[in-house]
Design a protein around this ligand. Sequence first.
Ligand SMILES: Nc1ncnc2c1ncn2[C@@H]1O[C@H](COP(=O)(O)OP(=O)(O)O)[C@@H](O)[C@H]1O
Ligand SMILES: [Mg+2]
Length: 327
Amino acid sequence: MITLESVTKVYRGRGQEVTAVDDVSLSVDSGEIFGILGRSGAGKSTLLRCLNLLERPTSGTITVDGVELVALSRQDLRAARRRIGTVFQHVNLLASRTAAENVAYGLEVAGVPSARRRERVAELLDLVGLSDRADSRPSQLSGGQQQRVGIARALATDPSVLLCDEATSALDPDTTAQILDLIADINDRTGVTVVLITHEAEVVRRICDSAALMEAGRVVESGRLLDLVGDPDSRLAGILLPVGEPLAEIPGHHLTLAFADERAVDPTLSRLTRDLGVEVSILGGTLERVAGHQVGRLRVALGDERGGREDEIVAYLRRAGVTVSAA
Ligand SMILES: Nc1ncnc2c1ncn2[C@@H]1O[C@H](COP(=O)(O)OP(=O)(O)O)[C@@H](O)[C@H]1O
Ligand SMILES: [Mg+2]
């Protein structure tokens, strides 16, 4: 479990002050994949660097697996950091070392004996699907393969937390999908807690269990994705599952509907049409797999024959398990 309490980071320089992270409190459950989504400059990288104390917060506390990091001595912090692996957008592998030697580097620094090191490196390369490229140098590997080495390197000391800073932002869409699926697979197999930061909604949709939305240094919303997508007023849900701009010129009473899985909306809408004799037009929306569930948000318009029965229609939808709000 990771807990941040009132973490603030102010950069000071040349008479200027930038509050990159502004009073952020968050908690991440053990074993989950937690996404932090935000635009460039929102403070995501600073927050992530605070999480392993590469950046010392100006104020606030950071607790990882029961250990509060800010108060630790230098030596204890070094030990605590081995429990936190980090994957960066730019992998920066050592060019003169093979894939296996790059993965081994952290183990050498940690003083792991060479026989054990070899064993662990073989395990890690297998985990990331690169056993056959152990002896390749970084220049002989594709961007995706280099990132696999970066992930194996981050996992070498068997951390309980894996931090990913835009780990897929330099990759093409297919390779991005493969690397995200690899991270999800590793999370599944090892139970490592993953915190990833990204500016791409697709990254969050594809593998996250929970997420936070960050703007101007602040976390403006956070929660489990399945809860958020069921909340028609959630901004994160609006980004992950956009319903489109309101089309004011389309007549009728507009509603936003949110639903998951078994509450598949199709049969519900056709049943509504049949049972209540009301026409429903779909104006926009998104159906996606999120956190392993089929979820969706739709903006619909009720036809004129609804005849003042909006409340009855909304109640019907809610009984069917659909979340409804006025669009
Ligand atoms: N080392 C630094 N010194 C001064 N300002 C910084 C430093 N790093 C980041 N910033 C500023 O902090 C803000 C947040 O940056 P960053 O954490 O990199 O955001 P993101 O990762 O979301 O793009 C930006 O305004 C950025 O210019
Ligand atoms: Mg960044």
